[in-house]
Design a protein around this ligand. Structure first.
Ligand code: F6R
Length: 617
C-alpha cells in the first residue's frame, strides 16, 4: 500500500528509483513520482497511472542527480491523478516528501497552516506534512547541522496517524531523512557509500541484500557517508543489518505472463519449503523452531483467537476447524478490523495467532497489539521475513514461500494452511489430544501434498477451456462445507478480485436458507465436494441446485465416478485427509479465476482499486 524508495550514492538516481518503484508497484499503482536533487533545486516528475507512465515522462523530461526519492501511490485522500501523486513539494520547491500511511489530523493542521499563509495544491493528507516541515524549518533558529532532521521530527510530533516517509530538501542538502510509525521502512546498505530507503526489500534487492529494518518510532538520516538511526525524541540506536534470504529471480516473472500464474505454479516448491525440516514422521509430530521453549505455555492455553484479513482470514477459518477438531482448543477466527474496535474480551491463557502474508497489514497488526496489551500470548504466521508482525509477536512460524508479488494471494494461502496444520499437530501432540499414529497420518499426508499439487497443476489447460465456457457469466456461487467452506470463500474471493465478476462463497447447507433463490440456468455454482466427512450432505445440496436448473462445476475426488455423472463440469482432485482437502480444492480454483480474468482482459497482477499490502486501516 504505497511504495517508497530513496537513493543516495554515486549513480544517477532516476533509473534506480524507477527500478525500485517497479518492484514496489504491487503495493499501489494509481500514480507515481520522483523528486531528484540537482544543483540546489528539486526536480519533480509525477504522473497518474502506472510506473510505465512516469517512465515515459522521464524520457520526455529527464532528471539528473545522485540522490532523490520516489513513490507509487494507492489513493487514500483524493483521487488518483497527477496533482495528488507524490512527492509533495513545498510552495517554494525546497522540500519534498513521500509518504505511506494516513495523517488523521490533516484537516486541523491544514487549517492552521492555511492561516499562516500556506497554499495547498493537492487533496492529500500528505501535503500537510511538507508544509509543516517547511514552516518549522523556516521558524527554527540558525543553520545548525541536522536542521532537516529536527524539523521533520518536530513536524511528526504534531501528526496523528501512521507514516513511512522520506524527505529531501535543498535547504539541508545531501541527505534523505526517513521515519516510520505504522508503515514499513528499511535502509538498504549498498557498496561504496550507496544507501537506499525503501518500503520493502524488493525495491533494493537488485542492488543490495543487506538491509536494516526500522522500528516504529525510528528516524534515519541517510547521506553519502552512510546512515544513522535514532529513536524519535531519544538518542541514537543500533539496528542490526539483516541479509535478505531470497534473490532477484523471485521478484521477477521468470517467463510467466503474470506473477499470479508463476506463484500458482510454484506451489509444489513453496509447500516443500514451508515444511522443510519441520515434519517428524516417526514421532507423528512436527518441529517448529519459532515455538521452541513455549511447550509449557502452550499446554496451558485455554482459548485461541485467530486474527487476519481477506485470504489470510480464510486460511484462519480452516485453522479453526483443525484446531478444534484435533487439538480440542476452543478457537475463534476474527476479522482483525472488527476485533480491535469492539472492545474484545481477552481472557487469561488466550493465544492469538495473527496470519498475514505481508506481515504489515494494519488491521491485523493493531488487532494483535490490542490482544497483546490485554495479556494474550501472540504468535504470527507470516511470509515476509523481518516485517512488523513477526517482530512484535512473542513467537511465530514463517511460511518461507518466497516473495508474493501478484496482488491476489495464492501460494501464501496454501502455505498458511500447511503451517496451521503443523501448529495443530504440534498442539495436539503436546496436549495429548492427538495420538502418535494420527499424527503420523497427518505428517504423511502433508508430505504427499507437493506431489499432489504438481499433479493438479497439470490440468491447467483443461481449466483454461473451462474458463472459456464461463468467461461471460455475471455471477458465481461457490459452495463448500466443513473444511471446504473456507475454500469456497477463497475461491469466490479469487474470482471477484481479479475478474470483477460478482462471486459469493457460502456454506453449502446455508444455501437453502436464502441464496437458493438466486439459482437458475444463468448461475454457475462451484461446489467443493471431495469424499470427506460431509460428502453425503454436500451431495444432497448438489441435487438441490440441479433440481432448480443450476449448472454445477464440481470439485470432486478423482475416484468419485458417481458425482462425475451428476455435475456439469468436474475438476477432480486427489484423495487426502479431510483437513488438507481445502489446499487441493483451492489450487484449481486459483487457476479458474486466473484464466477467466485473463480472458476478460483484466490486469491480473494489479487488479483495480487493490494493493498488495494494506498498511492503512
Ligand atoms: C486476496 C488478498 C487479500 C489479503 C489481505 C491480507 O487475494 O491477497 O485479501 O489476503 O489483504 O493481507 P496479508 O495476508 O498480507 O495480511
Amino acid at each position: 500500500m504505497c511504495g517508497i524508495v530513496g537513493y543516495i550514492g554515486e549513480q544517477q538516481v532516476a533509473p534506480l528509483l524507477i527500478q525500485g518503484l517497479k518492484r514496489l508497484e504491487y503495493r499501489g499503482y494509481d500514480s507515481a513520482g520522483v523528486a531528484v536533487a540537482k544543483n540546489g533545486t528539486l526536480l519533480v516528475r509525477k504522473e497518474a497511472g502506472k510506473i510505465a507512465e512516469l517512465e515515459k515522462l522521464l524520457v520526455a523530461e529527464p532528471v539528473e542527480g545522485v540522490y532523490g526519492i520516489g513513490h507509487t501511490r494507492w489513493a487514500t485522500h483524493g483521487p488518483p491523478n497527477q496533482k495528488n501523486a507524490h512527492p509533495h513539494v513545498s510552495e517554494n520547491g525546497d522540500f519534498a516528501v513521500v509518504h505511506n500511511g494516513i495523517i488523521e489530523n490533516a484537516g486541523t493542521l491544514k487549517k492552521v497552516l492555511q492561516g499562516k499563509g500556506h497554499v495547498f495544491s493537492s487533496d492529500t493528507d500528505t501535503e500537510v506534512l511538507v508544509h509543516l516541515i517547511e514552516e518549522i524549518f523556516n521558524t527554527a533558529d540558525g543553520e545548525r547541522a541536522g536542521k532537516l532532521e529536527r524539523a521533520v521530527e518536530a513536524a511528526l510530533s504534531q501528526i496523528e496517524g501512521t507514516y513511512g516517509i522520506a524527505v529531501i530538501s535543498t535547504r539541508d542538502p545531501g541527505k534523505i531523512v526517513a521515519a516510520r510509525l505504522g508503515s514499513p521502512l528499511l535502509i538498504g546498505v549498498g557498496e561504496n557509500g550507496q544507501t537506499f530507503v525503501a518500503s520493502d526489500a524488493a525495491a533494493v534487492i537488485a542492488q543490495t541484500r543487506d538491509v536494516v529494518y526500522l522500528d516504529d518510532g525510528d528516524m534515519a538520516t541517510v547521506t553519502r557517508e552512510g546512515y544513522t538511526v535514532h529513536r524519535r525524541g531519544q538518542g541514537p540506536v543500533n539496528r542490526p543489518v539483516s541479509r535478505v534470504d531470497w534473490d532477484l529471480s523471485e521478484v521477477e516473472r521468470g517467463g510467466y505472463p503474470h506473477f499470479m500464474l508463476k506463484e500458482i505454479m510454484e506451489q509444489p516448491a513453496t509447500l516443500r519449503e514451508t515444511m522443510r525440516g519441520r515434519l517428524l514422521l516417526e514421532e507423528g509430530s512436527v518441529k517448529l523452531g519459532g515455538l521452541t521453549g513455549m511447550d509449557e505455555e502452550l499446554r496451558e492455553i485455554e482459548r485461541i483467537i485467530i486474527l487476519g484479513c481477506g485470504t489470510s482470514w480464510h486460511s484462519g477459518l480452516i485453522g479453526e476447524y483443525m484446531l478444534e477438531d484435533l487439538a480440542r482448543i476452543p478457537t475463534d477466527v476474527e476479522y482483525a478490523s472488527e476485533f480491535r474496535y469492539r472492545r474484545p474480551v481477552v481472557e487469561p491463557k488466550t493465544l492469538t495467532i495473527s496470519i498475514s502474508q505481508s506481515g504489515e497489514t494494519a488491521d491485523t497488526l493493531w488487532a494483535m497489539r490490542e490482544a497483546k496489551q490485554q495479556g494474550a500470548t501472540t504468535l504470527g504466521i507470516v511470509n515476509a521475513v523481518g516485517s512488523t508482525i513477526p517482530r512484535e509477536t512473542d513467537a511465530g512460524v514463517y511460511l518461507h514461500a518466497g516473495p508474493e508479488i501478484g496482488v491476489a494471494s495464492t501460494k501464501a494461502f496454501t502455505s498458511q494452511v500447511v503451517v496451521l496444520a503443523m501448529i495443530t499437530v504440534h498442539l495436539g501432540r503436546l496436549r495429548g489430544t492427538l495420538s502418535a499414529s494420527r499424527g503420523r497420518e497427518i505428517v504423511r499426508a502433508l508430505q504427499n501434498l507437493p506431489e499432489q499439487v504438481s499433479h493438479l497443476l497439470e490440468m491447467d489447460l483443461a481449466i483454461q477451456k473451462l474458463a472459456e465456457e464461463y468467461v461471460d457469466s455475471r455471477n458465481f456461487l461457490y459452495l463448500g462445507r466443513g473444511y471446504n467452506f473456507p475454500a469456497a470463500l477463497e475461491g469466490a474471493l479469487k474470482l471477484k478480485e481479479i475478474s470483477y465478476i460478482h462471486a459469493e462463497g457460502y456454506p453449502a447447507a446455508e444455501m437453502k436458507h436464502g441464496p437458493i433463490a438466486l439459482i437458475d440456468e444463468e448461475m454457475p455454482v462451484v461446489v467443493i465436494a471431495p469424499k470427506d466427512a460431509v460428502y453425503d450432505k454436500v451431495r444432497s445440496n448438489i441435487d438441490e441446485v440441479k433440481a432448480r436448473g443450476g449448472c454445477i462445476i464440481g470439485v470432486i475426488s478423482e475416484d468419485d465416478h458417481e458425482l462425475l455423472e451428476v455435475v456439469d463440469h468436474a475438476i477432480t482432485i486427489p484423495r487426502t485427509i479431510d483437513m488438507l482437502t481445502p489446499i487441493l480444492a483451492s489450487v484449481p480454483l486459483q487457476l479458474l479465476a486466473y484464466h477467466i480474468a485473463v480472458l476478460r482482459g483484466t490486469n491480473v497482477d494489479q487488479p483495480r482499486n487493490l494493493a498488495k499490502s494494506v498498511t492503512v486501516e
